[in-house]
Design a protein around this ligand. Structure first.
Ligand code: CP
Ligand code: NVA
Length: 312
């Protein structure tokens, strides 16, 4: 294992613009290669340890299948068994895993848990979703928009919903790639100001922009893509009833989509709560690319695994 500082992916800002573009290009190449040639042995003998403190379908399956398709394997650690931070410190868990395996994939409640793992691990740590960020989801959207639109720079992305982890990572994607990001949320549900502060210079440098509105129709008026996510994220169940009332005017439905340009795409990170943030007819419409994006989680994360493990 390399003694140099590992390449983590805790947020998309762990990559510079050219690294991010390389990961997206690699993801596209991997998708084509896998469809024609099937599994490879690029990560033969390599192991990922996966820690999931929250439920998952897409992230867990795509990391596990991704490792297998690259010739390696993934070990799923039961968070109750390792009881990270309780049975032993985050530091000791990170140091031990670093002696045995090649990469840690972690879905945790607190973002600090993944940054602490990354602080001590001598192997890469990949954020598989925290309360603050979901970088792998944003990579999958980047790959999907490249496929559908052939470019990312200059595209207008309207996020209709909560200023949450997914919104933060999508704003990072937009900032890096010169996209125009607008959040439509109820008052009080704007994005974390610390995250926005770090993004401000990145938007400026790359020619993108950031805006917030409380009116969904305003956000989607010029959008190339409308993005939505659940109103109540994992860990926020106690706020469910309050949030559902506050977000009720922010549904992505046929009436809202009709206010967007005719070729505007719609997507969702999934799982969707149909009838809340999105309607079934919009999910089923030709504009909706959420299952393409879900597929691209696999390819984009294989690109991340190869990049951080240092095989490309
Ligand atoms: N979008 C996403 O991360 O899905 P899972 O929660 O099922 O992993
Ligand atoms: N914002 C959601 C995303 C799920 C993939 C959550 O954190 O639950």
């Amino acid at each position: 294992m390399s003694q140099s500082k590992p390449q983590h992916l805790n947020t998309l800002l762990d990559l510079d613009r050219s690294q991010l573009e390389s990961v997206l290009a690699l993801a596209a190449a991997i998708k084509t290669e896998y469809k024609s040639m099937g599994p490879s042995d690029a990560l033969k003998g390599r192991t990922a340890a996966m820690i999931f403190e929250k439920p998952s379908l897409r992230t867990r399956v795509t990391f596990e299948a991704g490792m297998v398709q690259l010739g390696g394997e993934a070990i799923n650690l039961d968070p109750g068994q390792i009881s990270i931070g309780n049975r032993e410190s985050v530091k000791d868990v990170a140091l031990c895993l670093s002696r045995w395996i090649d990469v840690i994939v972690a879905r945790t409640f607190s973002h600090k848990m993944v940054t602490d793992l990354a602080k001590w691990a001598t192997i890469p740590v990949i954020n598989a979703l925290t309360d603050l960020h979901h970088p792998c989801q944003a990579l999958a959207l980047g790959q999907t928009l490249m496929e559908k639109r052939g470019k990312l720079s200059g595209l207008r992305l309207a996020f209709v919903g909560d200023g949450n982890n997914v919104a933060n990572s999508l704003a990072e994607l937009a900032a890096h790639l010169g996209m125009h990001f607008v959040l439509a949320c109820p008052k009080g549900y704007e994005q974390n100001p610390e995250v926005l502060k770090t993004l401000d210079p990145v938007f400026k440098k790359n020619g993108g922009s950031y805006a917030v509105t409380h009116t969904a129709s305003e956000a989607v008026a010029k959008a190339d893509c409308i993005y939505t996510d659940v109103w109540v994220s994992m860990g926020e169940e106690a706020q469910a009833e309050t949030k559902k009332k506050q977000f009720s005017g922010l549904q992505v439905n046929a009436e809202l989509v009709a206010k967007a340009p005719a070729d505007c795409l719609v997507t969702h990170c999934l799982p969707a709560h149909v009838g809340e943030e999105i309607t079934q007819d919009v999910m089923d419409s030709a504009r909706c690319v959420c299952f393409d994006e879900a597929e691209n989680r696999l390819h984009a994360q294989k690109a991340v695994l190869l990049t951080v493990i240092g095989k490309r």
